[in-house]
Structure formats: C-alpha cells, structure tokens
Design a protein around this ligand. Structure first.
Ligand code: 3HC
Length: 314
C-alpha cells in the first residue's frame, strides 16, 4: 500500500515537471536507468580527454594550445560533476570506475576513433561537441535534479568547445589548399561516427521508451540526429566543404528537413562491444592513468582523515 502511494507521488512529480531529488522515493528501475546513463556519460567525458589530450603537445600555436588545454580540463570537470550526480543515487566512484576499467561499462563510441591530424581535433570540437550539445540541451531538463543541474554548467562549457572547434575548422577550410584538404578529410572521417553518437535508431533503442516516459530524455535518438544534420549542413556549406561521399544528404522540400544516409550500424555495434579502432588503447591509457594516480588518492584520503580527526579532537 505504502509503495503505491510513493509511486503516485513520484508519477505526480514527473507529470508536473518537478525534479526528483536524491532523498525522494523512486522506482528501482528509474534509479538503475539513471546510474547506467549518468555513469556512461561520465566515462565518456574522461575517456574523451584522451584523443584530444594527445594533441596538446602538438597544437599549432600557443593560443590553440592554451584553448585546447582548457577544453580538455573542462572535460575532466564534467566527469567529476557526473560521477558525483551518479553517486547521489547510491553507487560508488570505485564501482563505476571499476566497471569502466574492466571493460564492463560503455562510453561514447566516438572516442574509439583516432585523431590523425590537427584537423581531427577541430572536427571533434565542431561536430562531436556540437552533437554532444544537441543531445545535452534536453538533459538540462532531465527529471533527476543532480543530473539536470550538472548539465546546465556542462552545456555552457560545451558551447565554448564547439566554438573552439568551428573556429579551428574555419581557419583550415579558408587556409591553404593543403589545410582545406585536411579539413575535408577530417569531416569525411568524423561524419558517420558523429551520427552514431545519438545512439541506435529509435526502433532498435531498448532504453528510449522508459527514458522518455520518465523524462530523463526529452527527445529520441532519431529526432536529435535529424536536428543535428539540419543544423550542420549550412555550416558545411559555409566552410566550402563537400558533404561526405555516400552520406547522400539532400533537402526534402516536403519534410522541410534533410534526408541522409544512416551510419553503418554493424560498425557501431562492433565499436560499442569493444572492437573499434582504439578501444583497447583507450582502456589501457585509462587503467594506467588510474594506477598512476593512486598516490594522489591516498594522499587526499589521508589528508581528509587527518582533518576529520582534528575536528573531532577540537
Ligand atoms: N556510444 C556507446 N554506447 C551507446 C551509444 C554510443 N554513441 N549510443 C547508444 N549506446 C548504447 C547504450 O548505452 C545502450 O547500451 P546499454 O543498454 O548496455 O547501456 C545501447 O547502446 C542501446 O542504446 P539506447 O538508445 O537504448 O540507449 P540510451 O537511451 O541510453 O541512449 C544515449 C544512448 C543517447 C547516448 C543516452 O544514453 C544519452 O543521452 N546519454 C547522455 C549523453 C552522453 O552520454 N553523451 C556522451 C557524448 S560524449 C560527451 O558528452 C563528451 C563531450 O565532451 C563531447
């Protein structure tokens, strides 16, 4: 009887678009769904530091180096906000990181592709951060309070990241013939992997129905993918780049939207199951970083313990 009441309070809050907070009763499946999505999102942020971090020492100017450094640090911060939001649901940082480091947890497919040139770093900022924002704007109104609040700050920073990428892409697209070719190659490499970021088609997305019902996601994978293509096409045209071969993007007058080819979903499945071009390299780098940071965690824990003891004694 008690559970029925609690459930109706939960449902009523969702219906009124009120936030669910950590101390509120929530269905187990809602809690599990959030832990899955938020922890995967956190993992994506910190794994996402690797392909770009790889270019900090090779940035083409002092200015671009400072900007990239700031961006990569921001991603680390996003990971922290998100791990903290997930912890408020009753999981621990150790459990989440263990799942990442042993390959049990997923993180965004996009970070399993290599960054071969500086233009790839530009394309990541422009396309990948652009796609991330397209998805994350709706998450600012996600029904779980700590997630929603974390997303407000993250979105502000992601907008700066997108500008960084678009600026770098503009410099290359309007630069020498060789630079323009590098920009084109990066667009060709990143177009389909970026479309995969939104997740599988709605008809094959097992989590979407609950996510929309519980107002965790406000829009579906296909809706967001379509909006991303609509928004990005004019930018490709402005940059004077060619739409990637076999993407078949065409304006559809009747739908008032672009038609476009779907990514290769078999490739997507392969990547999210650990067999993309860089999955093994990324996990190895994460495991090493975690091991190398052990002394920092120990020192921080010892300091906190010492402060606590001092406070109790005082
Ligand atoms: N990469 C890896 N796994 C993916 C994926 C992707 N691009 N898209 C979907 N999947 C996985 C799902 O996690 C799910 O696996 P699971 O059931 O084992 O957890 C499975 O594929 C089926 O997908 P669904 O559509 O049913 O899953 P969701 O409803 O969770 O939708 C999502 C996937 C759109 C990624 C959603 O989880 C989401 O909106 N997450 C929050 C945003 C996020 O994580 N963004 C990461 C982008 S990178 C980033 O933000 C860093 C920035 O700096 C660029």
């Amino acid at each position: 009887m008690e559970t029925i009441n609690l459930e109706s309070i939960f449902e009523a809050k969702l219906a009124k678009n009120e936030m669910i907070e950590p101390k509120d009763w929530m269905p187990d499946n809602y809690r599990k769904h959030l832990i899955r999505q938020i922890s995967q999102h956190a993992h994506s942020e910190i794994v996402g530091m690797l392909p770009e971090g790889n270019w900090i020492t090779r940035a083409p100017s002092l200015r671009s180096k400072i900007v990239l450094l700031a961006k990569v640090q921001d991603e680390g911060g996003h990971g922290l906000y998100l791990y903290t939001a997930a912890e408020s649901l009753g999981t621990s940082r150790d459990e989440m990181l263990d799942a990442l480091h042993t390959g049990k947890a997923k993180y965004s497919s996009i970070f399993n592709y290599p960054t071969l040139t500086w233009a790839d770093v530009a394309a990541i900022g422009w396309l990948v951060d652009g796609a991330a924002i397209m998805n994350q704007v709706m998450l600012q109104r996600s029904s779980y309070g700590p997630y929603s609040r974390a997303m407000i700050r993250i979105c502000k920073e992601e907008s700066f990241h997108q500008r960084q990428g678009y600026e770098a892409m503009t410099t290359m697209a309007f630069g020498s013939a060789e630079q323009k070719q590098m920009a084109q190659d990066a667009l060709n490499r990143f177009w389909f992997p970026t479309l995969m970021m939104f997740g599988p088609p709605d008809s094959e997305s097992p989590n979407s129905d609950n996510a929309v019902k519980w107002k965790i996601k406000r829009e579906t994978n296909d809706e967001l993918r379509q909006r991303f293509v609509n928004q990005t096409m004019p930018q490709i045209e402005y940059l004077g780049l060619q739409i990637p071969t076999n993407s078949n993007i065409k304006w559809n007058e009747e739908r008032q939207q672009y038609d476009f080819s779907e990514p290769n979903w078999a490739e997507f499945k392969n990547v999210i199951h650990g067999n993309g071009p860089c999955n093994k390299e990324r996990l190895k780098a994460r495991n090493e970083a975690h091991k190398n940071g052990e002394w920092v965690r120990e020192a921080a824990t010892a300091y906190a313990k010492h402060q606590n003891e001092k406070n109790i004694a005082a």
